[in-house]
Design a protein around this ligand. Structure first.
Ligand SMILES: Cc1cc2nc3c(=O)[nH]c(=O)nc-3n(C[C@H](O)[C@H](O)[C@H](O)COP(=O)(O)OP(=O)(O)OC[C@H]3O[C@@H](n4cnc5c(N)ncnc54)[C@H](O)[C@@H]3O)c2cc1C
Length: 414
């Protein structure tokens, strides 16, 4: 029987595995693809690892650093192995896998799920019209272009002004497509300013804010889209419809944690992050089952996803050692101007500060405040600039939580 099985061999899964193997535990990684690395194999741009390694690596380079450590530590890796179902209620957990070798049951004392996220599709953003060939998600395009050398089309409309949409726009420009138009409903790009400059403005790629695709037009292949302008509440402004010819539509409209496998074993889900409810060491509401990386919430930077995996690894160790928990959990709740917040509660006796990841709902100079239910400020820290597109990492001291049943995190603009 294994001490820990990690499901998912992306950067988060590998990071948790490495940390636990270094501590001497018997670890295995199960990955459905033919190699480790997760989505990083298709992200050939640089910008990965600036916090952990202090340099901007490409996705495959970043993954390579961890793959090397996995190999050096002799961690068991099951590739081309899909986790079909899990029985996690008892102390001994059973993972049923399917691989070219057949169906297998792997027994383990604990599990870390690190299976990442999925891309939102056109049905989730209510695009009407026909369903011809030529409609892709951004991740699909990255795979086609970067791994297989296939262009999605020659005249491309990209829906979504976040980081992924901008990165894909620059990439297609450099690969030589004839035309690109980026449309998005916000007043300005939602992604990092660095990407607006380096991916869009530097290359003069055309974009239209406050614009969405209303319909896709085409029978067998995309022939164009109906664009429509929207107001500040994203409602279409009638009379502004316009046919725009193109042969590919690329959707980059957000990522959603892939939680089906966790709900199957009874883990509770946070409707804000759409990921599992976790404690300060990323343990889900099922004892001995932990989660890490983009499965918990969407991390902008792989470095933060890796940090969540390191925290999960610490939690696994506490679980395996049978360390003491608090008599009852202390809840950490999103307060004023907070869109998402992880973790959701504090459950273990420990001295280390609690690392939390929070997405603000406002933009500008702000205080991040930890307060109790009576509104008394327990701790605060200043930020020169917060914005919804940037995840904030905060540390909460444990001593301020003494005697508290719950605390709230607020973001207060100045
Ligand atoms: C287009 C794009 C650009 C990005 N650019 C940057 C950047 O410039 N800098 C930066 O720091 N970050 C960037 N990121 C973010 C970064 O890539 C992610 O934070 C990171 O990859 C998350 O890692 P993960 O291990 O949680 O998930 P993933 O990398 O998605 O890994 C999950 C793994 O789980 C496996 N899996 C899923 N289901 C099963 C199953 N049932 N059984 C077995 N295995 C399974 C999958 O095959 C996959 O290998 C970018 C992300 C995207 C999408």
């Amino acid at each position: 029987m294994k001490d820990i099985v990690i499901i998912g061999g992306g950067p988060s899964g590998m990071a948790a595995a490495v940390r636990l193997a270094e501590k001497g535990y018997d670890v295995a990684i199960i990955e459905r693809k033919e190699e480790l690395g997760g989505i990083l194999d298709q992200c050939i741009h640089d910008g990965f690892g600036t916090k952990i390694f202090g340099v901007a690596l490409s996705g495959p380079e970043f993954a390579g650093e961890f793959i090397e450590q996995v190999q050096k530590l002799g961690i068991d890796v099951y590739l081309k192995t899909y986790v079909k179902s899990v029985e996690a209620s008892g102390k001994v957990k059973e993972i049923i896998t399917v691989s070219p070798d057949g169906v297998e049951i792997i027994k383990t004392k604990s599990i870390v799920y690190a299976i990442g996220c999925r891309e939102r599709h056109q049905f989730e953003i209510k695009i009407g019209g026909t369903r011809p060939a030529g409609v892709y998600t951004a991740g699909m395009v990255q795979r086609l272009v970067n791994l297989y050398g296939i262009l999605p089309g020659k005249n491309v409309v990209i829906v979504g002004g976040g980081d992924v949409g901008m990165i894909v726009a620059r990439h297609l420009y450099l690969e030589g497509v004839d035309s690109i138009l980026v449309v998005f409903p916000e007043e300005f790009f939602a992604g990092l300013p660095r990407n607006v400059q380096q991916c869009i403005l530097d290359f003069g790629i055309p974009y239209r804010p406050r614009t969405v695709v209303k319909e896709i037009v085409g029978k067998d292949r995309v022939e164009g889209v109906i664009l429509v302008q929207v107001d500040e509440k994203w409602n279409p402004i009638s009379g502004t419809e316009e046919f725009y010819p193109c042969d590919a539509v690329i959707l980059s409209v957000g990522l959603v944690p892939y939680t089906k496998k966790l709900t199957d074993i009874g883990a509770e889900i946070d409707p804000r992050t759409k990921g599992p409810i976790v404690n300060e060491f990323f343990e889900t509401t099922v004892r001995g089952v932990f989660a890490a990386g983009n499965l918990v919430q969407i991390f902008d930077y792989v470095d933060d996803a890796v940090e969540s995996a390191y925290l999960a690894a610490e939690g696994v160790e506490k679980y395996l050692r049978g360390e003491e928990r608090l008599e009852r959990p202390i809840f950490i709740n999103p307060g004023e101007n907070v869109r998402t917040l992880t973790p959701h509660r504090v459950e273990w006796k420990d001295e280390r500060p609690i690392t939390a990841f929070m997405r603000p709902a406002i933009e500008g100079k702000a205080w991040i405040i930890v307060r109790n239910e009576r509104g008394e400020i327990l701790e605060k820290s200043f930020r020169r600039y917060v914005r919804p597109s940037t995840l904030e990492r905060i540390e909460i001291s444990r001593d301020i939580l003494e005697n508290a049943e719950e605390v709230f995190i607020d973001v207060r603009g100045l």
